[in-house]
Ligand binder design. Structure first.
Ligand SMILES: Nc1nc2c(ncn2[C@@H]2O[C@H](COP(=O)(O)OP(=O)(O)O)[C@@H](O)[C@H]2O)c(=O)[nH]1
Ligand SMILES: [Mg+2]
Length: 322
């Protein structure tokens, strides 16, 4: 199938086309950017929700329950699981698998897991581009599940409209981990495994910590207790997502924020495009090989080499003023 056919398939809601396009992105096929370029004219109202938290904290279980609630409400939902330990990606015990099956045969749900391999930035890069494709398909909600590993959380947040941070009580160093930066990113905090005896205490410690933080966009992030395995507290989480969505959509500087996000996205994609083009084109250029020779024989240093080539590539118009 040609890229154009894939794109029009996605626009028409063809799940097979979406699946194929996601594989192209996942395999870092050289045509990835070209494929994505075709989806750019699609405006969707998909609300993207990132769910992050340590492995085993219950993200997939919570998602499973959220999917059910959202489907009961008649809305469609895409799930991108970039957590390698996720039941969605096959690491499930049998029970989890069986529970997922009810969704995979439902046309209003599309679940895709992404492998955690890849060259540069790997996972994070894939998931950003995959999310673009999923949004182009036009689900009402897109959920992105990621395991808590640091930089990825920040990427998830910047690609999400609502960011849910999941934590579990009882491992002693929870609060320390939370202090290590995760308090900056959540719009909603969920303390899962509320069947654990320390859950309430843990949640109130978390609330206290959050209270000392400056508000982002005038939103005060709630701390919610859930027992994902039996669904306790999950409707309240969905309600909080909807409240956050309402809040964000009603911000007076919403338009400026969106423009800023678009600009960041544009710059990020430009960097990617430039990098991929340079890698293809440079080795065949005589100027590049000449500079490389000088570099190899220590006639110049890498910084001077870079300056020569960058000036050459960017030409006068884009050179910094002297
Ligand atoms: N006791 C208890 N177990 C839970 C709860 N939520 C999830 N689990 C279990 O924790 C394990 C890991 O859950 P999973 O959703 O795969 O976690 P993930 O790695 O964050 O996606 C599974 O065996 C779940 O059944 C909960 O609220 N209470
Ligand atoms: Mg999971």
């Amino acid at each position: 199938m040609k890229f154009g056919e894939l794109v029009s398939g996605i626009k028409k809601g063809d799940r097979l086309a979406l699946g194929k396009a996601l594989s192209i992105i996942e395999n870092e096929d050289p045509g990835s950017l070209e494929l994505l370029a075709g989806t750019g004219d699609i405006k969707t109202s998909t609300w993207t929700v990132g769910i992050t938290g340590p492995p085993g904290s219950g993200k997939s279980t919570l998602l499973d329950k959220l999917i059910k609630l959202i489907r009961d409400d008649g809305k469609s939902i895409g799930v991108l699981a970039v957590d390698p330990t996720s039941p969605f990606s096959g690491g499930a015990i049998l029970g989890d698998r069986i529970r997922m099956q009810r969704h995979t045969t439902d046309n209003g749900v599309f679940i895709r897991s992404m492998a955690s391999r890849g060259s540069r930035g790997g996972l994070a890069l894939h998931s950003r581009e995959a999310a673009c494709l999923m949004r182009a398909f036009g689900f009402d909600y897109l959920f992105i599940e990621t395991v808590g590993t640091g930089q990825l959380e920040l990427d998830v947040m910047s690609a999400s409209d609502t960011c849910i941070v999941l934590q579990t009580p009882g491992s002693g160093d929870d609060i320390q981990m939370i202090k290590a930066g995760i308090l900056e990113i959540g719009d909603i905090y969920v303390v899962n495994r509320a069947d654990h005896e320390c859950a309430v205490e843990f949640a109130s410690a978390l609330s206290n910590d959050l209270e000392s933080r400056p508000l982002r966009d005038g939103w005060s992030p709630p701390v919610m207790l859930t027992v994902a395995i039996d669904g306790t507290g999950v409707p309240a989480v969905l309600h909080a997502i909807e409240e956050h969505k309402k809040h964000m959509l009603s911000l007076p500087d919403r338009k400026e924020k969106e423009e800023k996000k678009l600009e960041e996205e544009l710059l990020r994609i430009m960097m990617m495009t430039i990098e991929s083009r340079l890698k293809k084109v440079l080795p065949g250029r005589s100027e590049y090989r000449a500079v490389m020779e000088k570099l190899a024989s220590c006639e110049i240093d890498p910084y001077s080499a870079s300056k020569i080539l960058t000036n050459l590539i960017l030409k006068e118009d884009f050179n910094e003023p002297a």
